[in-house]
Design a protein around this ligand. Structure first.
Ligand code: NAD
Ligand code: DAU
Length: 350
């Protein structure tokens, strides 16, 4: 069998939990190991439905702990890695850039070294799959799309750290023939996203009738993709993508922040049986994010043409599923917004 033992890093996080669930359920013949440090963003509740599956093992640990990671690779002989563990929030990277370098750059290096040491004499049927972001390409103006050949031009400490890790993965491919693939994806939304990111933060604030803090004039544009569609794309690239290549993944779905927020308010008012327009009254324009990228938009034609991937749900459908999930999972939401969340929130939005 080609992929016997797969290490997923960051599997207790937002996207990682959807990828882990998909692989555990779809591929009983693979042993799936989920390595996660359970930072504020990691949550084993995200995976309660698969925690006792026979082909699944959770390992609590930090990818920046070199001796621990080396010992783990020696013990389990991972034939492939799907690397999602990261510090992922731009606003936090502005406050604490070094922690992003540690996890996103040094952590990736430690995994690459461990993988190289284990298989350097024979990389046959091995794969290091690095999950990255469209933010490495910087900001678009009013026109154009990011393609796989767009030059890297990161603007935030987060995107600079992700760009750096992408470069190291590619460099290990060139220098040591380490088999890799990289995907750069646009903004994800869906179930289990930590409510520091725009959509779940605003859903939580609407539920609690708190202000909706729109940065700057709200005319920033993002390309939104439902997280399950990202997980499906990752499965396809893992099994059928060309090695030593990059694929862009996006939703063909651009929204200005303010238009998205208004749609969200409308859907939430209906769901909560509130008078239409009441949530919109919560919109509050606040100080802009420093270095705020104006627009991201992905040209996902390569993955579409080569692997036949396309999003399976419309934005309206995906947003409905997402809102329903947060309303049905108020305990999850309460648990993740207690403790550290409150001090982060007060510092960020006071
Ligand atoms: P997330 O913040 O929800 O989850 C990150 C996970 O990594 C958490 O479970 C956390 O505990 C774990 N982690 C953090 N530091 C760790 C460490 N040192 N050792 C082990 N585990 C650690 O992130 P996400 O939004 O699910 O993003 C996952 C990946 O996808 C990241 O690499 C991110 O850059 C990339 N990405 C995210 C998006 C998006 O819209 N969220 C879009 C494109 C790409
Ligand atoms: O493009 C992919 C990236 O998308 C991922 O790599 C990142 O991990 C992920 O966090 C996301 O980055 P963004 O910065 O685009 O996502 P965020 O949800 O933080 O913000 C989306 C937009 O909404 C952005 O223009 C900033 C704005 N915003 C965000 C927050 C949290 C607000 O106006 N107010 C807010 O309170």
């Amino acid at each position: 069998m080609k992929y016997k033992s797969i290490l997923i890093t960051g599997g207790a996080g937002f996207i990682g939990s959807h990828v882990t669930r998909l692989f555990v359920n779809k591929y009983p013949q693979y042993q799936i190991f989920n390595l996660d440090a359970l930072t504020y963003a990691g949550n084993l509740e995200n995976l309660s439905d698969i925690e006792s599956a026979e082909n699944y093992t959770f390992i609590k640990g930090d990818i920046t702990d070199e001796s621990f990671v080396n010992a783990l690779f020696e013990k389990h002989k991972f034939s492939s890695v799907i690397h999602l563990a990261a510090e992922s929030h731009v606003d936090r990277s502005i406050e604490d850039p070094l922690s992003f370098v540690k996890t996103n750059v040094i952590g990736t290096m430690i995994l690459l070294n461990a993988f190289k040491s284990l298989w350097k004499d024979d990389f046959t049927d091995k794969l290091f799959y690095h999950i990255s972001t469209d933010e490495v390409y910087g900001s678009l103006g009013a026109d154009g799309l990011f393609t796989e050949t767009t030059s890297y031009d990161p603007n935030s400490p987060y995107s600079a750290s992700k760009a750096s890790s992408d470069h190291f993965v590619r460099a290990y491919g060139e220098t040591y023939n380490l088999p890799y693939v990289i995907t750069n994806c646009s903004n994800n939304y869906g179930q289990n996203q930590f409510p520091e990111k725009l959509i779940p933060l605003f859903i939580n604030n609407i539920i609690n009738e708190k202000p909706l803090p729109v940065y700057g004039d709200g005319n920033y544009t993002r390309d939104w993709l439902y997280v399950v569609d990202h997980a499906i794309a990752i499965d396809l690239v893992f099994h059928k993508g060309k090695h030593e290549e990059t694929y862009n993944i996006g939703g063909f779905n651009e929204w200005k922040n303010i238009d998205l927020v208004k749609l969200l308010c409308k859907q939430m008012d209906s769901k909560l049986n509130r008078v239409q327009g009441s949530s919109e009254k919560l919109i509050t324009y606040v100080k802009d994010r420093p270095g705020h990228d104006l627009r991201y938009a992905i040209d996902a034609s390569k993955i579409n043409k080569e692997l036949g991937w396309e999003p399976s749900v419309t934005f309206e459908e995906g947003l409905k599923i997402t809102i329903d999930w947060y309303l049905d999972n108020s305990t999850w939401l309460k648990n993740v917004t207690s403790g550290e969340y409150q001090s982060y929130y007060n510092k960020q939005y006071s």
